[in-house]
Design a protein around this ligand. Structure first.
Ligand code: GDP
Ligand code: IMO
Ligand code: MG
Length: 427
């Protein structure tokens, strides 16, 4: 009966893939519960580097079951390409279960994603990954989505695809876009459905059985809490809920199975795509962090925007996800930064506040209030325990734990699986 949730505490790309793969070494089951191939999760071990977009990060652990749960949106073509990439990389067995209730991303969702962005003025564009995520979740809410169970039934698939394209082609025509050919898509996707079929099952039933059997389950979040539709920096968010609170609805397991929630945070902040973030800065130090940390998007290659760590954000995430532990990533990237700034509160209209305002207009007016912590110069990439860290790095971690009110259970000093230091066993 043990479930541990891995969630991003910022705007994504915190290192969730690395920690999920690490925890998967001791887990029985790994579950991706939301999002789609907007995610890019990097895993490095034995001199190899993999970027996963849809497949759970437990896929490299031979004995683990990897589940793609009902809350996900799955592009079948991208999924099969990812399996092929894994095969090329030496992963030959896929212990994979795909929910029959997950939704399918189809070509018209991708066209819509691009079209809706094009139609917006520059300052209103979300800067999506253009993978069709928003339009697929929109169809789900509009009750015209095509679920995996529909997709693998060729009759149902054809009927729903025809209905949807009859509708969307009218919109494409209206906006001067090329109409999509139903039959061509049907024929192409029938093959993908066949290839997907062996993995399809009711993953809610499967997960409940495994949890009742006392199996250890890691729920792998994608994106980050600030990209949450409900609690993020709306409207500059994704279209799902990357919080621990969404795990039950997105997987079909009861909240009683969630024992730990580990919040993954960078030792600083990054954001890719549009939207204000209070601690962003862009000077030589930001440039140094971007280059040392290779801060370029795993999915789109876009340069990530850099900011100081923001404990208002981390406390917000702690509240909405019930964090029980923190994993502080990329600590090594801060080596050589003379003075570190830690945001402790915001000033809004002359008042000091300790929360993130809902209104984006107010959030954009927030001025961060910083506490300064002296940096360190030493290379820490080979550190294997807390006392091996320079004193100022120890101070930095202790200060974060104190300001957020959550203990640091893991810190990470490099991309490799082995560059992970556990301070408290969670699994
Ligand atoms: P995710 O989306 O949360 O899984 O994170 P990404 O994989 O998109 O981005 C995290 C990036 O940081 C990847 O390039 C990782 O290989 C890298 N990374 C993770 N942990 C560390 C670390 O402790 N130090 C360094 N230097 N890189 C890390
Ligand atoms: P992982 O799991 C970082 C961002 C996009 C955009 C916004 C909406 O790797 O942390 P979408 O395509 O989801 O409609 O885009 O969300 N975004 C991410 N940023 N990491 C991710 O995933 C992201 N997934 C979406 O850049 O600003
Ligand atoms: Mg990523």
């Amino acid at each position: 009966m043990s479930g541990i949730v891995v969630v991003g505490t910022q705007w994504g790309d915190e290192g969730k893939g690395k920690i999920t793969d690490f925890l998967a070494g001791k887990a029985d089951v790994i579950v991706r519960f939301q999002g789609g191939n907007n995610a890019g999760h990097t895993i490095v071990f034995d001199g190899k580097k993999f970027a996963l977009h849809l497949i759970p990060s437990g896929i490299f652990r031979k004995d683990a079951i990897n589940v793609m749960a009902n809350g996900m949106v799955i592009n079948p073509k991208a999924m099969l390409e990812e399996l092929e990439m894994l095969k090329q990389g030496g992963v030959t067995e896929f212990n994979l279960a795909i929910s029959d209730r997950a939704h399918i991303i189809l070509p018209y969702h991708i066209v819509l994603d691009g079209m809706l962005e094009e139609l917006k003025e520059d300052n209103k564009k979300v800067g999506t990954t253009k993978k069709g995520i928003g339009p697929t979740y929109t169809d789900k809410a509009s009750r015209i989505g095509i679920r995996v169970c529909d997709f693998v039934d060729d009759e149902v698939f054809k009927e729903k695809l025809t209905d949807n394209l009859n509708y969307y082609n009218k919109i494409f025509k209206l906006f001067g876009k090329e109409e999509l050919n139903t039959e061509a898509i049907y024929q192409e996707y029938l093959e993908y459905a066949e290839a997907m079929k062996p993995y399809v099952t009711d993953t809610g039933v499967l997960l409940n059985r495994l949890l009742e059997d006392d199996k250890k389950v890691v729920f792998e979040g994608a994106q980050g809490a600030l990209l949450c539709m409900d609690h993020g920096t709306y409207p500059f968010v994704t279209s799902s809920s990357p919080t621990a609170a969404s795990v039950p609805v997105n997987t079909g397991v009861s909240p009683k199975y969630i024992n730990e929630v580990i919040g993954i945070t960078k030792a600083y902040s990054t954001r890719v795509g549009s939207g204000f973030f209070a601690t962003e800065f862009d000077d030589d130090v930001a440039h140094q962090i971007r280059e040392v940390g290779h801060e370029y998007g795993t999915t789109t290659g876009r340069p990530r925007r850099i900011g100081w760590i923001d404990t208002v954000v981390l406390r917000h995430t702690k509240r909405i996800s019930g964090l029980t532990a923190l994993s502080v990533m990329l600590l090594d990237v801060l080596s050589g930064v003379k003075t570190l700034q830690v945001c402790v509160a915001y000033k809004l209209n002359g008042e000091i506040i300790d929360y993130m305002p809902a209104s984006i207009k107010d959030y954009e007016k927030c001025i961060p209030i910083y506490m300064e912590i002296p940096g360190w110069d030493e290379d820490i990439t080979k550190v294997t325990n807390f006392s091996g860290l320079p004193v100022n790095a120890q101070l930095y971690l202790n200060k974060l734990a104190e300001l957020v009110g959550v203990e640091v259970a893991i810190f990470s000093v490099g991309p490799d699986r082995t560059q992970t230091v556990v301070l408290k066993e969670l699994i």
